[in-house]
Design a protein around this ligand. Structure first.
Ligand SMILES: [Cu+2]
Length: 212
């Protein structure tokens, strides 16, 4: 008799453990998703205490993202042969697509170009919108004084001019996450923009950013 009592008791105990574990998993997911994206990996791991800019939760449509990815930004000259986008106006407003599906994996698209050199005047205010066009991967964008090649993990790489987006979650078939940051190109020099998600800059998700 005691055997037939013990088995339901064991099953009940197992069920209780299952419920507790499931509760912890759900709680953990809730805690880690709080505040939007950017958890797990992001610019924060790079410089220590970097506050990624931009608002969580904004999105755009795939068609608008595609249009913006091909458009020449206002006040910029686009030189496909040099793979360069040069701004000369008093302000800079550009859109960057992360890994669009009709491009190469782990690259950025600006003005229809892949990882172009971006040139801006010293002292200019830059407004940059990053759209994650990749249905398979999270991405971010940041500026650093470091130069390629990059290791998979960028622990020692600092962020320049506080220019760093949060890490955007992957796109879906109908919605593409986006975020907008602003920074001042305060110091002339040769910088690199890159995605700090582990392995991405190493695979070529980077480009030159010159402040003249
Ligand atoms: Cu990336």
């Amino acid at each position: 008799m005691s055997r037939s009592i013990r088995i339901p008791a064991l099953a009940a105990a197992a069920a209780l453990v299952f419920v507790l574990v499931a509760g912890v998993v759900v709680l953990g997911a809730t805690v880690f998703s709080h505040g939007g994206y950017g958890n797990g990996y992001g610019p924060g791991m790079m410089g220590g205490g970097i506050t990624a800019q931009g608002q969580a939760g904004a999105t755009t449509s795939p068609s608008e993202a595609s249009r913006l990815g091909q458009s020449a930004p206002s006040g910029a000259s686009v030189d496909p042969s040099a793979n360069k986008v040069t701004f000369s106006g008093a302000s800079v407003d550009l859109t960057v697509l992360a890994a669009p599906s009709d491009g190469l994996d782990e690259t950025f698209r600006v003005a229809g170009l892949t990882n172009p050199t971006i040139v801006v005047p010293e002292g200019v205010k830059v407004t940059l919108t990053l759209i994650n066009a990749d249905a398979g991967m999270a991405h971010n964008w940041l500026l650093t004084a470091a130069q390629p090649p990059f290791a998979a993990y960028l622990m020692m790489t600092g962020v320049a001019m506080n220019a760093a987006t949060q890490t955007l979650p992957e796109a879906t078939s109908s919605v593409m996450p986006e975020t907008t940051i602003t920074f001042t190109a305060s110091a002339a020099g040769n910088y690199t923009y890159l995605c700090s998600v582990p392995g991405h800059a190493q695979k070529g998700m980077d480009g030159s950013f010159e402040v003249l």
